[in-house]
Design a binder for this molecule. Structure first.
Ligand code: GLC
Length: 728
């Protein structure tokens, strides 16, 4: 049982209170300001400030930040780099800052935060994993936890003790540019994945995960990044809160706040959400931090305050503990005067600093040794991480169409045509947040491309012909009889945040032209979609023979894809998000509060539905056993038998959905409430037991109280349906 570190009998409590009582106001406020040293150096040495320093490790510069402003945390954003970006450079810098910090009066250890969102992705030579949407697409919490633990260990070996990860937003509008970073449209799947990511990331004990972005970020009014979200309390509680509740149950140490306007109030100044919901209702006890300069944006963008000074006062009073101020070290001065004039209460300051100090104690930072630079370098890009990244990519890859079992391809085909510029691209494999914010430089990555992997998979007698563009394809003047198959690799420009927003979900012009030119060859086409999110696939679905969604599978993704293309692995991914027919059908989510009827606006008719994914084998479901009744407040266990009716081993994901026959409030068309990934040999059967607890059986009633209401409920697994009733 975790003892609550905020209660007097906890050993940290005494230490924190003693330290807190010895701190000056300025020392306290410095703990609440997070600075990005590279950006801040640029600003301080610019004409505006005219200060002169010899670099981010200049003792004068560090002394100014740590001793004059008492800054307690450094962040390194997507665009930051220390020297050559090597493990040695990063670890050496962190040691230098920590050494300078030991000259401060109280020597309160620093937090060092960075975005390691799909591996230690800012580090040259590191293993780049697939992104979160694909991680959710594996439906494999155990593997997910192992992945997060491996990345966490690599990151803390470098000296970082805060990872701005995981993104655990549910994405309810696929036009959003960050869908690929999210955990998909379903709160239950997102919760299970969030739990595994936080548990794994924090398993080393000296790295804080950061659940982000609390909350409602994935459902803005028009799907665009950071535009206003108008979400009812019910939608917030049912569709956006659950992953954050799961993260809190896993004792996530920090929470990054969505900077956007939710229901008319930007979340950094929303007492209702930051204090009422997050602290009081969800009992979060860790650090709340703003996103990048989002406190300043309260003034410059949202205009909900009349000055930058008021943005600091209002956000802090709403319950924000740490301001990701980036360059604004003057925030310490401003807040100090605000405290002295009584605009910010000392109790609020103490509460924020208490959360921060407790976290630093929990992470063992007060006893931390300097970073071992040799050890830090050894871990980067090691074989364990490569193996794990390949397995994660393999289990996420989803087969969406496979006419006449065209896949898997034989390795001794006579002749294969490969098309698409990204077939020979490393940066498209990795997509956003790779060695930078939006995309890596091609030459900074070292991994196999899909074309490389295809070439090494086929026999020596197989001819591979490659056309990177429609012009090259035309110039081949090829005869369709000369080719067995065309593998058309279609992708999109790597992007981050708003740069990826898509109003119409259209493929990029060149990519669409490449796809159509590939189909026009009249060679059977296997489309490999290297797109991290559901763009419009209906034309593709109509015209290609097979469609494999590989997401943005990372540095080991080409090998994973080739294994599946040529049958060394059997695809097992299932969709964590729906594919709309086209942009006009958005939002298109399987669990809308809706009912199936003839009216168009109520129908859920995606191109590919949530939870869908084909296999090279087939599975049959039988013997669904559902107890007829369960008492309110008790668990119910359902069982079902799954048989592999095909000729090869495979993994299936048993998905249990509930559908309320009636309730006192309208309910989702159906809701995922349990799942299990199982491996079956040909002809093998397994009986799977899935238990539902009150946490899955309840609902928010009209007053938004969570209750387990007496009612009849259908159980849907595979093509089977059962029912039970809940009795008071
Ligand atoms: C960005 C992102 C956030 C990231 C932060 C620091 O604006 O919204 O996810 O962690 O800045 O890089």
């Amino acid at each position: 049982m975790k003892t609550d570190s905020t209660t007097p009998n906890h050993p940290f409590y005494e230490k924190v209170e003693t330290l807190l009582s010895s701190m000056t106001i300025r020392e306290k406020l410095g703990q609440c300001v997070m600075i990005e040293p590279c950006f801040c150096l640029d600003e301080r040495t610019s004409e505006q400030f005219g200060e002169s320093y010899d670099g981010v490790d200049d003792p004068k510069y560090l002394s100014m930040l740590l001793e004059e402003y008492h800054i307690g945390a450094f962040l390194f954003g997507g665009a930051s780099q220390i020297e050559d970006g090597s493990a040695k450079a990063w670890a050496t810098y962190i040691n230098k800052v920590s050494e300078q910090n030991r000259k401060t009066r109280l020597k309160i250890p620093m937090m060092y935060g960075i975005d390691a969102v799909h591996g230690v992705n800012f580090m040259k030579g590191s293993t780049i994993y697939t992104h979160n949407l694909a991680v959710a697409g594996t439906w494999n919490p155990a593997l997910t936890e192992q992945y997060a633990s491996t990345v966490g260990a690599e990151l803390s070996a470098l000296g970082f003790n805060l990872n701005f990860s995981p993104t655990i937003d549910t994405a309810r509008d696929v036009r959003w540019g960050r869908v690929y970073e999210s955990l998909g449209e379903d709160p239950f799947l997102a919760s299970q994945v969030a739990r595994a990511l936080v548990k794994g990331m924090q398993s080393s004990g000296n790295l804080a995960a950061c659940a982000k972005h609390f909350l409602g970020y994935g459902e803005s009014r028009n799907g665009m990044d950071r535009t206003q979200a108008d979400l009812s309390d019910r939608v917030l509680l049912e569709m956006h809160a659950p992953p954050f509740e799961a993260a809190i149950e896993e004792d996530v140490l920090t929470m990054m706040v969505n900077g956007a306007d939710v229901n008319g109030v930007p979340v950094p100044v929303s007492k209702k959400l930051l204090t009422g919901l997050l602290r009081d209702k969800m009992a979060f006890k860790g650090i709340t931090m703003s996103d990048w300069e989002d406190v300043e944006r309260l003034y410059s963008r949202h205009k909900v305050v009349t000055s930058r000074r008021d943005s600091l006062i209002r956000s802090f009073n709403a319950g924000l503990d740490m301001n990701m101020a980036v360059c604004n070290i003057a925030a310490v001065d401003t807040m100090e005067s605000a405290v002295r004039e009584g605009s910010i209460a000392m109790e609020r300051v103490d509460q924020a600093v208490r959360n921060i100090l407790l976290t630093k104690y929990k992470l063992g930072l007060f006893d931390a040794d300097p970073v071992n630079i040799q050890q830090a370098s050894v871990r980067v890009g090691n074989d364990e991480s490569k193996k794990l990244a390949k397995q994660l990519a393999t289990e996420s890859i989803t087969l969406l169409k496979n006419d006449n079992n065209l896949l898997p391809l034989k390795k001794n085909l006579k002749s294969v045509l490969v098309t698409g510029q990204s077939a020979n691209s490393k940066r498209h494999l990795c997509a956003g947040w790779t060695l930078g914010w939006a995309s890596a430089e091609e030459d900074d990555l070292s991994c196999a491309t899909l074309l490389d992997a295809i070439k090494t998979s086929v026999s020596h007698d197989t001819t591979i012909t490659y056309a990177a563009s429609t012009e090259e394809l035309t110039a081949l003047n090829l005869n369709k009889e000369d080719f067995d198959v065309c593998i058309a690799v279609i992708s999109e420009e790597p992007h981050a945040e708003w740069t990826g927003d898509s109003f119409d979900l259209a493929l990029e012009e060149e990519e669409e032209a490449m796809l159509k030119a590939s189909v026009a060859t009249e060679i059977p086409v296997v489309m490999v979609s290297m797109i991290g999110r559901p763009l419009k696939m209906n034309w593709a679905h109509e015209h290609v023979s097979a469609l494999l969604w590989i997401y943005s599978p990372g540095t080991e993704g080409a090998a994973a894809t080739a294994d599946i293309l040529f049958g060394d692995a059997n695809p097992s991914g299932k969709l964590p998000i729906s594919f709309p027919q086209d942009g006009s059908q958005v939002p298109c989510v399987y669990n809308a509060r809706s009912y199936q009827s003839d009216e168009v606006w109520t129908r859920y008719e995606p191109l590919y539905e949530f939870g869908f994914g084909l296999s090279y084998t087939s599975f049959a479901y039988s013997e669904l056993c559902v107890p007829t009744m369960v008492k309110s407040g008790e668990d119910i266990t359902v069982s079902v038998t799954v048989t592999n009716t095909g000729e090869r081993a495979g993994e299936d994901i048993v998905q249990l959905y509930l559908r309320d026959q009636f309730a006192t409030v309208t309910r989702p068309l159906k809701s995922l409430k349990a799942f299990r990934r199982i491996q079956l040999e040909p002809g093998e059967s397994k009986t799977v037991q899935l238990t539902l607890t009150p946490a899955e059986l309840g609902l928010y009633d009209e007053e938004l109280n969570y209750v387990v209401e007496a009612r009849k409920i259908d159980v849907l697994i595979g093509d089977l349906t059962g029912e039970f009733r809940i009795e008071d």
